[in-house]
Design a binder for this molecule. Structure first.
Ligand code: PMP
Length: 353
């Protein structure tokens, strides 16, 4: 049937997200979901909307969520764009802001979705090697390019780039957009949103999938200069004039407004991450410093693919990548305290064999 496809489809390699197996009693530490539930206020808001309200179209501007994001970060609603997960926000970013004649730049080890969007939209790219210690070097992001994009903290390494280095990358590229994908920023970094007034070329994307525990609702947003937001709105409106359905809008708005739940759960994840780091180190793993809700770890004496397979036999799923530079690492999502105990006990058993 592929004779019916357009040339664009032939050129595409689909992005394969982490698997979602449906087994009971699984310790699922492979896709960086939050182990704690969403804000009860978000659940109430969704329940209230699961009513006669669904007869009506949602707000075409997503204003309630824009207001909540603007209030959280001290920006205006003209500086906020909302969409169905940061993946969709990023799709619009690639088309609206990164498609130029020169290749865009991103790290060689990074979120594997970026090349997929480049393929979809015909955006050329150049991968910039990370330093030996997996850090992004801001001085490498120079010269003619179509724009820059990188996650901060980076994925799957978890390494954080300090804000002065983010600002340096924005300064190096005044005529292009520099996109900071902050999917994991709430677990240990300062958001670059505070830099956008000095750097009108800086666009920050975030998600409610991780620190707000709403991966299933599919909500993300971008914050930047109103001109960048305007470009995103134009592209979005050409696809679908309703940014979010009524349930997503109601739940996401309530979640953004519930600071107490947000603080409580993210501090719990951070505390468990530190315990997980210590436990892994005790078992002989080398663990990269992580500012995310996952850790990236390597055991000098044990093959990572075999470790992942042995964990899987014990119904514990972690992420292993086949990229040659990182194929000796495991990316492990920070779970509950109890899941962490189960994981560390299983690893101790496997390593002793
Ligand atoms: N950026 C990065 C770096 C990610 O790891 C993810 C999650 N896979 C996303 C963006 C997308 O998150 P979502 O679409 O759930 O908002």
């Amino acid at each position: 049937m592929s004779q019916y496809w357009s040339a664009v489809v032939h050129g595409l390699t689909p992005y394969v997200p982490g698997e979602q197996p449906k087994l009971p009693d699984l310790v699922k530490l492979n896709t960086n979901e939050n182990p704690y539930g969403p804000s009860p206020k978000a659940l109430q808001a969704i329940a209230a909307e699961t009513s006669d309200h669904l007869r009506l179209y949602p707000d075409p501007n997503g204003d309630s969520l824009k207001l909540a994001v603007a209030a959280h970060y001290g920006v205006t609603t003209q500086q906020v764009f909302v969409g169905n997960g940061s993946d969709e926000v990023l799709a619009h970013v690639f088309l609206a802001l990164l498609k130029h004649d020169e290749p865009i730049l991103f790290p060689d080890i990074t979120y594997s979705f970026y090349p997929v969007y480049c393929g979809l939209y015909g955006v050329e790219y150049r991968e910039v090697p990370l330093d030996a210690d997996f850090a992004i070097n801001p001085d490498d992001y120079h010269g003619p390019n179509g724009g820059v994009i990188f996650p901060n903290p980076n994925a799957p390494t978890g390494r954080l780039l300090p804000l002065d280095a983010v600002a340096a990358i924005a300064r190096h590229n005044p005529d292009r957009v520099v996109v900071v994908d902050e999917a994991y920023i709430d677990f240990g970094g300062d958001s670059a949103i505070r830099l956008i007034d000095q750097h009108p070329n800086l666009l920050v994307t975030q998600t409610l999938s991780k620190s707000r525990s709403l991966a299933g609702l599919r909500v993300g947003f971008a914050v930047g200069h109103p001109d960048l937001i305007d470009a995103l709105e134009r592209v979005k409106n050409s696809f679908n004039s309703y940014p979010l359905d009524r349930l997503a809008l109601a739940g996401a708005t309530a979640a953004m407004n519930d600071n107490a739940h947000f603080e409580h759960t993210r501090q719990a994840v951070i505390a468990t991450r530190e315990r997980l780091n210590a436990g892994l180190a005790q078992l002989g793993f080398a663990v990269l410093p992580s500012a995310a809700n996952f850790v990236f770890a390597r055991h000098p004496q044990h093959d990572a693919a075999q470790l992942a397979a042995a964990l899987r036999e014990r119904a514990i799923i972690v992420r292993h990548f086949k990229h040659p530079r990182i194929d000796q690492f495991l990316r492990i999502t920070v779970g509950t305290e109890q899941q962490t105990d189960v994981l560390l006990a299983a690893l101790a058993e496997i390593l002793a064999v």
